[in-house]
Design a protein around this ligand. Structure first.
Ligand SMILES: *Cc1c(COP(=O)(O)O)cnc(C)c1O
Length: 417
């Protein structure tokens, strides 16, 4: 299967005249469709809401677009909360799912009216000292072990997140004694899962937990947050998740365990990758070829623009724009310019012959792409563009400049040493 693009070589060449490569471009139409499909899949649940994981694509234009479609934001830091507020998102439109949180961060989140999702029982003290226990709170659960169809799916014993079951019960009761009145439970067991059963299995586990919480401590949960973790097909031979089937699977568990036992609650998701991942691309120009013990293609982007391949060995599909139909001319490593040998977007990748100036498109870069960028080797972070539904291109983040790079430094020659 070839990966489709919502733009052509001619368009990309025109954009490059105004916005030098590398840059990211996001597809508004694709993101809209994705959110609409998600909402349809969970339309049966009263109060269903997606809280977009801001860390995936922290851009105000993207957040405003998602907000217009009814999404809230999932934040983990004061700046992410601030970005949400500046985009008009506040109150229960913000889920604050942080960990190792300081009083200052709790104050910022509570000031914005965010729902606080506590990662640990010891955080209750910190929250209380910071600003008191709010009326609505959520607790993050770590079941220790999590299986799909008898397949252990990532042991959670070495995961730093969440509370054990006894801690969760104790935390909920403690929060109630300190004035909380509405409660939720959150759990995230995986990331980038293409398994249709992941959400239904997680939901079943959390619904059983909700029944146990009601029975043991008399608290009826108001919401359950299934968090993020739904995957996207990075490999061309992978198929996208059938989100309708995911929603149906969760509905069956809900009917069987909650509705049948007289519980009505809202379901929340905190998807990041699933919402924007496939609808963002990193465009980069080829510098040239290099042939030593292996064959290389050098490009003007580097791991500082997209670190997933260097950090996780993640696969990102690459298209040489305009040469989609050509057969591979050999296998190459596609490399950036950092003084680090892991600065490779692809290793031993079959590609057609690449010439200097060719535009390479790195696919599925819309989430955890630009947001993980950094300034190593004095590389400046690149621009982000939006391809609007109307087919226009808008710059939604300019590229960093030399002045930005020096803004936090003191280079005053009079500075006494
Ligand atoms: C990272 C994260 C998400 C989003 O994860 P995706 O893999 O992008 O769906 C959601 N919630 C929390 C708490 C996270 O840490």
């Amino acid at each position: 299967m070839t990966k489709k693009l919502p733009f052509t070589l001619e368009q990309a060449k025109t954009w490059r005249e105004t916005f030098p490569t590398p840059f990211y471009i996001y597809d508004e139409a694709g993101i809209r469709l994705c959110v609409e499909r998600l909402k349809r899949a969970f339309a049966w649940n009263p109060g269903f809401r997606e809280y977009f994981a801001v860390k995936a694509t922290p851009n105000p234009t993207i957040l405003r677009l998602l907000s217009s479609l009814g999404c809230g934001t999932d934040c983990a830091s004061a700046p992410e909360v601030e970005m949400s507020v500046r985009c008009g998102i506040r109150g229960d439109g913000i889920m604050f799912s942080s960990n190792e949180t300081t009083e200052r961060e709790y104050r910022a989140a509570v000031e914005a009216g965010a729902i606080i999702n506590l990662d640990d029982i010891t955080q209750i003290d910190i929250l209380e000292r910071a600003c008191g226990v709010p009326e609505t709170v959520c607790c993050r659960y770590n079941p220790g072990e999590f299986a799909i169809a008898n397949d252990i799916m990532g042991h959670q014993y070495d995961s730093k997140f969440g509370m054990t079951k006894p801690q969760l019960f104790e935390a909920l009761a403690l929060l109630r004694s300190k004035g909380a009145r509405r409660f939720g439970v959150h759990a995230m067991m995986t990331s980038n899962s293409l398994d249709t059963d992941y959400y239904p299995t997680l939901a079943r586990e959390l619904f059983l937990l909700a029944l146990e919480i009601r029975e043991k401590i008399g608290i009826t949960l108001s919401f359950i947050d299934l968090s993020g973790g739904l995957g996207i097909p990075y490999l061309p031979e992978e198929q996208p998740l059938d989100i309708g089937a995911v929603g149906e699977g969760v509905r069956r568990a809900y009917d069987e365990l909650l509705a049948a036992n007289g519980i009505t609650l809202s379901l929340y998701t905190e998807l990041g990758r699933y919402i924007t991942g496939p609808y963002g691309w990193l465009l980069t120009s080829a510098i040239g070829e290099k042939h030593i013990y292996k064959d290389y293609v050098g490009v003007d982007a580097s791991a500082s623009d997209l670190m997933r391949p260097a950090m996780y060995g993640a696969y990102h599909h690459i298209t040489v724009l305009g040469k989609e139909a050509l057969p591979p001319a050999g296998t190459v490593d596609v490399v950036g310019s950092l003084c680090e040998n892991n600065d490779k977007f692809a290793v031993d990748r079959p590609l057609p012959k690449v010439e200097a100036g060719d535009i390479l498109v790195i696919h599925d870069a819309g989430a955890h792409g630009h947001s993980m960028g950094y300034n190593y080797n004095g590389r400046l972070r690149c621009a982000e563009l939006l391809l609007t539904q109307a087919g226009e291109v808008r710059m939604i983040r300019r590229a960093e400049t030399m002045a930005d790079y020096f803004a936090t430094l003191d280079v005053d020659p009079e500075f006494p040493l």
